[in-house]
Design a protein around this ligand. Structure first.
Ligand code: A3P
Length: 314
């Protein structure tokens, strides 16, 4: 459903004809638009979203770069906003994958044949986008709707991304070389890249308007989940009534539980991508198992220049 090679029916060849284009991981074209890189099929939906979406004051738009904890954030917000007290038969997370319930706008809604009718979604509407802040529609920026962004350490993000794209683009071959992936990531030439600009835009906006944009970090959700989820629920205007409620939501959204649900073990969303691909290890610092000291230093250096100088430590 998200982050995937596009619907082959979408016809937007003309749009990206004159845009810079490269081949990502030797397997997937990406084009540059508004300073960011996108798989071509996302452009028309992204443009239509930007020009026509009318936000409502009570909309909640989740935002993230790829592989930064989107699935977790979608699950948490779904429980808090849409399914706070499930009984045995009505746990939405058991029924379907979080990406089904909280659609990624540019991948599923503004397609030639949209999968979901945006305007029939019950209030408060809950959506997600991987698009950078710069291309969000004006109505998202100028109404009272809320934005939640989740960021993650760049080294873990890039390792997660490398695994993910190897699974869908190189599944029957050797993995794409990691050193080349690191270089693509650092030069920003990857789906929804540059990662650092993406994070920085949302970070700076969240500093200016903390009542509008909640900036979460994957690592903080892992290290102090209760505090972070409480903060999230309060930001969404749905504070928890008790500690037990927080524990319940955390359990419902835990990686171990979601990974082992039938729908995520054997189901698939669009384009034959298995739901299981969205759940791997979820370990902070997994990059240590893959990056050489030289690669680590390269990423650290970019991180220092691009983010730490703006007071953002990931
Ligand atoms: P790893 O590949 O490091 O394991 P996204 O949802 O943005 O695609 O990010 C995927 C990453 O989040 C993967 O990281 C995945 O394992 C992890 N993840 C998915 N669901 C999670 C959950 N419920 N709790 C914690 N991490 C989760």
């Amino acid at each position: 459903m998200e982050d995937l090679p596009s619907n082959p029916n979408s016809n937007n060849d003309e749009i990206h004809l004159n845009l810079p284009k490269v081949r990502f991981m030797d397997a997937m074209d990406i084009v540059q638009w508004e300073g960011f890189w996108f798989e071509p099929g996302l452009l028309q939906p992204a443009m239509t979203f930007r020009s026509s979406f009318q936000a409502e004051d009570d909309d909640v738009i989740l935002t993230s770069n790829m592989k930064t904890g989107t699935t977790w954030l979608k699950s948490l917000c779904l429980c808090i906003l849409k399914n706070p007290k499930p009984d045995e038969d009505y746990d939405l997370l058991v029924k379907d994958n979080p990406h089904f319930h909280v659609p990624t706008i540019e991948s599923t809604i503004y397609r030639t044949k949209p999968l979901i009718d945006l305007y029939k979604a019950p209030s408060p509407r809950l959506f997600h986008s991987h698009l950078p802040y710069i291309v969000l529609p004006d109505s998202v920026k100028n109404t009272d709707c809320k934005i939640v962004y989740i960021a993650r350490n760049p080294k873990d993000t890039l390792i997660s991304m490398w695994h993910y794209f190897n699974s869908i683009l190189h599944s029957d071959q050797n993995p794409f070389p990691l050193d080349k992936t690191v270089d693509c990531f650092l030069s920003g030439v990857h789906q929804y890249g540059p990662f650092f600009d993406h994070v920085l835009q949302y970070w700076l906006e969240s500093q200016k308007s903390p009542q509008k944009i909640l900036f979460l970090k994957y690592e903080e959700l892992k290290s102090d989940p209760k505090r972070e989820v409480k903060k999230l629920a309060e930001f969404l205007g749905k504070p928890f009534a008790s500690e037990e409620e927080i524990d319940k939501v955390l359990w419902r959204c835990s990686l171990e539980r979601l990974k082992n649900l039938e729908v995520n073990k054997n189901g698939s969303i669009l384009y034959n991508v298995h739901n299981s691909l969205f759940f791997r290890k979820g370990v902070v610092g997994d990059w240590k198992n893959y990056l050489t000291p030289k690669m680590e230093e390269k990423v650290n250096q970019t991180n220092r220049i691009k983010l730490e100088e703006h007071g953002l430590f990931l």
